[in-house]
Write a protein that binds this ligand. Structure first.
Ligand code: SF4
Length: 311
């Protein structure tokens, strides 16, 4: 059971936060914040693949009750949905936000105010959704939020395409990492998000995240305080490579990794262009994926997969 304060408070007290903000700001001048390595000068109007400059761009912020139970608790997870993405899966379920750019540019003061608003609403955490390309903005807003009394753990809710150098900047800042592990096969990753290196990048990223925060730990009410949760969206016809992902998590991360084997795939975005992605996932395919997770030795599967099977 975990009760300690979020790590960023200690990092801030020790005066280490500003160095992280400065380092992230430097990276933005020739952006290598994520593995796309665009080299865009985001401080001076150049845009890379993520089409985001140096100000936060936010689609929405609100208490959210559709996340995993340890994040939702009784009061909800305080989600802040960032606009754009560094991955751009063609079947994205938030296509208008990621590809379409739905959202508004705001200031870091606004972003800090959003965090404090969500805390005031009683949320258990601040859940940054699709944060990989806006790490600088998060870091820059954090001291303002701390000054305003922020004391909730931060959730880094990412597609899993994260650079190691950027993750190391978040060491001592993020308490809860929730990456996707989307694809095991480089060719599938290349076809669906133009990132053949995704599987290797995601393996390295998940290892680094686990090194920083360990397995998921919760408070007396079962609410997440620190640790790693991994999401895996099962795709039709085995395209996500579920067996490889589950065996990696069990053997190279921990059999106690908290994993959500997600069965809600439906064709979105440009999925209709691909003969397999055009299909819906069947109940049998989802059951088989869950079985692969259990066979791999994973012992903490998200509760809702059981509810799904009882339907
Ligand atoms: S964060 Fe954006 S600009 Fe920077 S490397 Fe990634 S996609 Fe390119």
């Amino acid at each position: 059971m975990e009760t300690r304060e979020p790590v960023y408070l200690e990092t801030h007290r020790r005066g280490l936060l500003q160095a992280k903000i400065d380092a992230a700001s430097d990276i933005l001048s020739r952006c290598t914040l994520c593995p796309r390595n665009c080299l865009a000068d985001r401080h001076h109007g150049e845009l890379g693949r993520c089409r985001t400059g140096d100000r936060p761009v936010v689609s929405s912020y609100a208490p959210h009750f559709g996340e995993e139970d340890p994040l939702v608790g009784s009061q909800g997870s305080g989600t802040i949905f960032f606009t754009h993405c560094n991955l751009y899966c063609l079947f994205c379920q938030n296509y208008e936000i990621s590809h379409g750019g739905e959202g508004e540019e705001v200031s870091v003061e606004d972003l800090a105010a959003m965090m404090l608003y969500l805390q005031k609403r009683g949320c258990h955490n601040i859940n940054f959704v699709t944060p990989s390309h806006q790490v600088y903005q998060i870091l820059a807003a954090l001291p303002l939020a701390i000054k305003g009394g922020l004391h909730l753990p931060l959730v880094y809710n990412t597609g899993g395409y994260d650079a190691l150098g950027t993750l190391r900047l978040l060491d001592g800042v993020v308490d809860i990492y929730m990456p996707d592990f989307k694809f095991w096969d480089p060719q599938v990753a290349g076809d669906f998000c133009s990132a053949e290196d995704y599987p290797e990048i995601a393996r390295q990223a998940v290892k680094e995240m686990h090194r920083q925060v360990g397995d998921l730990s919760t408070d007396a009410n079962g609410v997440a305080r620190r640790g790693l949760l991994v999401r895996h969206l099962v795709l039709p016809d085995g395209l996500a490579g579920t067996r490889g992902v589950m065996e990696f998590l069990a053997r190279e991360i921990s059999p106690r990794t908290y994993v959500n084997v997600m069965g809600q795939y439906r064709p979105c975005g440009r999925a209709g262009e691909h003969p397999t992605l055009r299909k819906f996932l069947t109940v049998l395919e989802h059951e088989q994926a869950q079985q692969l997770a259990r066979e791999a030795g994973l012992t903490r599967l998200d509760r809702r997969e059981k509810l799904f099977r009882w339907l």
